[in-house]
Design a protein around this ligand. Structure first.
Ligand SMILES: C[S@@+](CC[C@H](N)C(=O)[O-])C[C@H]1O[C@@H](n2cnc3c(N)ncnc32)[C@H](O)[C@@H]1O
Length: 217
């Protein structure tokens, strides 16, 4: 079953910026580079990626649609970035025809899909041939020295912050364990190729605690 983000929607933005010490904004800026035309933001949550898209120099030429499963997250996105269109929809069954978008983006969303391969295939299906898809996802760092400190931070400090700030320790205990279980690097590149990517690039951001995958269909 999908994790219910309605529960944490109210504190999501505050926790996100705090946990990543504001780095999520830098990662988002990298991810929106090169996205043009009609853009679909899958699992758009509270709309931070939409906001970042609308801050780019070519924002005036963008037509952005956000989809998410959580009504509470979408309600915040609609307030924050009313310029985009929003749909309550499941990434694994997108309510759009084949090749409807010039670009697709998904930030910190794919890790929460119940059926990852199905969600990836759907995102590629709605992308035009030659279109670009950017996926941002958290990951464990490869360097054992960095991993040691990362583990302390994600297993001890983040759940503590979750209980103090959001009053929800469980949600922020789920976060590091879901990151550890999720495919990263070459394993994720293989999944994106299997979903229909003609080329897939993988970039490590901030010692690899965040990964940017760029797929061209
Ligand atoms: C960690 S939040 C990321 C939100 C946003 N993209 C961001 O950059 O902050 C994950 C989001 O994925 C959504 N989600 C999870 N599974 C989904 C699915 N199958 N279809 C659509 N949205 C989904 C959740 O409701 C939640 O809003």
């Amino acid at each position: 079953m999908a994790y219910d983000f309605d529960e944490i929607a109210r504190d999501y933005d505050r926790m996100n910026h705090l946990m990543t010490a504001g780095l999520d904004r830098c990662w988002r800026k990298r991810a929106v580079q090169g996205l043009h035309g009609k853009v679909l933001d899958v699992a758009c949550g509270t709309g931070d990626m939409v906001v970042e898209l609308l801050r780019t120099r070519h924002a005036a030429s963008l037509q952005v649609t956000g989809v998410d499963l959580s009504e509470e997250m979408l309600a915040i996105a609609k307030r924050k970035a009313p310029q985009a269109e929003y749909r309550l929809a499941d990434a694994e069954h997108l309510p759009f025809g084949d090749a409807s978008f010039d670009a697709v983006i998904c930030a910190f969303g794919v890790r929460n899909f119940v059926h990852l391969e199905q969600g990836l295939k759907e995102m590629v299906r709605v992308l035009k041939p030659g279109g670009r898809m950017a996926i941002l996802e958290l990951a464990t760092p490869d360097n054992p020295f960095i991993l040691f400190f990362y583990n302390i931070y994600t297993r001890r400090i983040i759940p503590w912050l979750g209980s103090r700030i959001a009053g929800n320790r469980d949600a922020y205990t789920y976060l590091p364990s879901s990151i550890e279980r999720f495919p990263k690097g070459a394993a994720m590149v293989d999944k994106l190729k299997a979903a229909g990517g003609r080329t897939v690039e993988h970039r490590k951001l901030t010692f690899g605690v965040c990964r940017l995958y760029i797929l061209v269909k």
